[in-house]
Design a protein around this ligand. Structure first.
Ligand code: AMP
Ligand code: ZN
Length: 135
């Protein structure tokens, strides 16, 4: 299904032009317009899914296989030193466009991209609480 108000639906369908790196029946891969590093790309499914909570399993699996292919190819093209594959779900996690997408972020030694997070400490209390609840 497509969503008429969704910009990524329109980009994926080719109704809005984009810097397309790859396209097949299910996906379009484009360069991000606000790149974290040179070559930052987005995998967009052509069908509309809000995020990982509602994407179907087959499309999610295909998206990750495509991520692997693109990372290998783009590492050769860009000559980068590594990759972050990132996928945000809901506002609290930084999602700003509510059409499932995967970020492919090339990394270069000492690129100072600022990507990362502050690390905390896993306490016994929290660990035991989670392990208990997941049973
Ligand atoms: P997120 O914060 O995970 O929802 O990521 C949305 C991403 O989409 C951001 O990195 C934006 O720079 C990017 N973005 C938004 N609109 C466009 C657009 N029209 N073309 C390319 N990238 C876009
Ligand atoms: Zn959409």
């Amino acid at each position: 299904m497509k969503d008429n108000n969704c910009i990524f639906c329109k980009i994926a369908a080719g109704e809005i032009p984009s810097a397309t790196l790859y396209e097949d029946d299910d996906f379009r891969v484009i360069l991000d317009q606000g790149p974290a590093t040179k070559g930052h790309a987005l995998i967009l499914p052509k069908e509309h899914y809000r995020n990982l909570y509602d994407i179907d399993e087959e499309t999610a699996a295909k998206a990750f296989l495509l991520a692997k292919k693109m990372v290998k190819k783009m590492t050769d093209v860009l000559g980068c030193d590594g990759y972050n594959v990132v996928q945000n779900n809901e506002e609290a996690a930084g999602q700003t466009v509510f059409h499932f997408h995967m970020h492919l972020i090339p990394r270069y030694k000492d690129d100072n991209s600022g990507f990362g997070w502050n690390t905390g400490e896993l306490t016994d209390e929290v660990k035991n609480e989670i392990l208990e609840k997941i049973k």
